[in-house]
Design a protein around this ligand. Structure first.
Ligand SMILES: [Zn+2]
Length: 253
């Protein structure tokens, strides 16, 4: 029963994340006005704005102008709903679930905005650093000191990753947004997770970069944003950091 509630809650948050993804880069209010169809500008009624369900009932088209609704909307709602479910299964009905769900929600918004616009909005990452540090005082998973070191390490160590990335791809691939994002990840997950996130995101990013170079040719000049890889690495660290670290220490004997 609670699993279903967590899915519905996640889909509703996902619906809000779509608004953030659409409006934050334009620096519009995320509260007002209500949702409009981007084609015909008609307000979307509440019964046409039910996460996932409305998209299926409307068969992916606006009720008024019949223009297709971007598949991104149900996709984000579905990913957010599943994130909510998996976090609920891991943390149960607790404050930790709420706080880590806030982190994953922020990472989803950052990922999509970075993919489209190659920016990571400060309005997410900077309050995120503060929220992560404050929440370390109230949840059992992380200490205040660990969170603080995580922020410093996350902000500082990205310099090293930037150097590695430049060496690998022979071009600048990091922005100040990535530094603040990793500081935010450190605030929520602590310093060990910062190392793990850097390792995982560099690994996944390198593989993805090479695949794109193979598919698109060596002269492909499009700068691949790094925020999505940092976000993915952070989510893997959030779920599996203890398993990965103990596996690593065991394999070292
Ligand atoms: Zn329309």
């Amino acid at each position: 029963m609670w699993y279903i509630v967590s899915i519905i809650f996640g889909a509703m948050v996902g619906s809000f994340l779509n608004v953030c993804i659409f409006r934050l880069p334009k620096e519009e209010s995320i509260i007002w006005p209500g949702s409009h169809c981007p084609c015909c500008n008609k307000p979307i009624k509440f019964y046409d704005n039910i996460p996932l369900v409305s998209y299926i009932l409307l068969r992916g088209k606006c009720r008024h102008c019949k223009k297709p609704i971007s598949f991104q909307y149900p996709l984000i709602e579905g990913i957010t709903a599943l994130s909510s479910l998996f976090l609920f299964m891991k943390f149960g009905p607790s404050l930790s679930y709420i706080i880590y769900f806030a982190l994953v929600a922020a990472l989803i918004v950052i990922t999509v905005i970075d993919l489209y616009h190659q920016i990571i909005p400060d309005v997410i990452s900077l309050p995120g650093i503060g929220l992560g540090l404050v929440s370390s005082l109230i949840i059992p998973q992380i200490t205040f000191l660990n969170s603080l070191i995580g922020i410093l390490l996350g902000g500082g160590s990205l310099f090293l990753v930037a150097t590695f990335y430049q060496w690998l791809f022979k071009k600048e691939g990091m922005g100040g947004g990535d530094v603040k994002l990793l500081a935010m990840i450190g605030a929520f997950l602590g310093w060990k997770a910062v190392f793990l996130t850097i390792f995982l995101s560099s690994l996944i990013g390198s593989i993805a970069g090479m695949m794109i170079m193979i598919l698109k040719g060596k002269d492909f000049k499009y700068a691949i944003p790094f925020g999505p890889f940092l976000s993915l690495g952070a989510v893997i660290a959030l779920f599996y950091q203890n398993e990965i670290i103990s596996w690593y220490l065991q394999s070292k004997g």
